[in-house]
Write a protein that binds this ligand. Structure first.
Ligand SMILES: Nc1ncnc2c1ncn2[C@@H]1O[C@H](COP(=O)(O)OP(=O)(O)OP(=O)(O)O)[C@@H](O)[C@H]1O
Length: 318
């Protein structure tokens, strides 16, 4: 896909290229990252997930040598970022803004970056093409939409043709077409053998693209592993919603039948939310104990709700 092969870096799947071990960051009394350990494999897209404030950016900044850990280690190809021989070829990063001057064109911004990094200036046009900004290359940064700025930021991270990409919320500001595009690009980059670590606070955003997931909450690890296994491990079992005339009697029968029951109110009166029994079992108990049956439906919590519940409760599912 790119024209600057970097033969010094491994491109085949194998052992982890990013390793985080016991990583901790304290700001006074606040523990932003708490003894975090995880590994990221080459040739795969790894989604780094957590709600706002979970510690994702702080972790990525420590990986990139921008924030000093309180304790623990974060390495790329076995070295701390500061010890990498050719950091721009080893790692491309996208954090916050690109730092582009508002009056400068996107192309000139990248050319300046090339010159500063000792890369051929022609590389600027290659990465602009890669992110679909060729048409806008000569427009000033001030005129770029948020989505275009994200693309330029991504182009900048690709300048050194890095084998590891660390991207903080790259889909922010992109429209649905842009999101589909970035998914395709990340997939291609991983297929080329690169390590792609991409953060998000929305599980749905990375669910379709990530091969692996690392989920954190309040600075600590909640789950990590192949995305399919992690998602299957989330408690997304359906629950049954039932409305009857004899609510208390049915509730008692459900509980003695082994269900866990939550009483909620709705516009139509009290409703029982039942987990641990399927709809047929609930219907049968409702027929014998509930009196008049007004409603019985099966609800499957959506993935985002399950993720929020998991990270708020910080229940470990490893
Ligand atoms: N420089 C700092 N000084 C003090 N506290 C900080 C600093 N940087 C981050 N924090 C705090 O550390 C915690 C983790 O923040 P961080 O930005 O890493 O989370 P995040 O998961 O990236 O969230 P978001 O998606 O909102 O950026 C937050 O409580 C934040 O307020």
């Amino acid at each position: 896909m790119t024209t600057m092969p970097n033969d010094s870096e491994p491109r085949s799947a194998g052992s982890a290229t990013v390793e985080v071990r016991g990583l901790t960051k304290r700001y006074g009394d606040l523990v932003a990252v708490d003894r975090l350990s995880f590994s990221v494999l080459p040739g795969r897209v790894t989604g780094f997930l957590g709600p706002n404030g979970a510690g994702k950016t702080t972790t990525l900044r420590m990986l990139l040598g921008l924030t000093a850990p309180t304790s623990g280690t974060a390495t790329i190809h076995g070295s701390r970022y500061a010890d990498l021989d050719e950091p721009l070829k080893a790692v491309g990063a996208m954090l916050d803004e690109s730092g582009a001057h508002r009056a400068r064109t996107g192309r000139d911004h990248l050319r300046v970056q090339c010159a500063a990094a000792g890369l051929p200036v022609g590389r600027a046009d290659e990465v602009l093409e890669l992110v679909g900004l060729t048409q806008a290359a000569r427009r000033r940064y001030a005129e770029y939409s948020l989505g275009m700025r994200q693309r330029l930021n991504l182009a900048q991270s690709m300048l050194g043709d890095p084998s590891v990409l660390i991207l903080d919320e790259p889909a922010n500001g992109l429209d649905p077409e842009g999101i589909a595009w970035i998914r395709g690009l990340l997939r291609d980059l991983a297929t080329e053998g690169r390590t792609v670590l991409v953060s998000s606070h929305l599980i749905a955003e990375v669910e379709q693209i990530a091969d692996d997931l690392v989920i954190i909450s309040q600075g600590g690890l909640v789950a990590q592993g192949p995305a399919r296994d992690v998602i299957e491990g989330l408690d997304s079992a359906p629950r049954v919603r039932v409305r009857v005339s004899r609510v208390a009697e049915l509730e008692a029968a459900l509980v003695s039948g082994g269900a866990s029951v939550t009483l909620a109110s709705s516009d139509d009166g009290d409703v029982l939310l039942v987990a641990g029994l399927d709809a047929t079992a609930v219907a049968s108990l409702a027929a014998s104990h509930g009196g008049g049956l007004y409603e019985l439906t099966e609800e499957r919590p959506d993935l985002e709700q399950t993720f929020l519940h998991l990270t708020q409760g910080k229940a470990a599912i490893r």
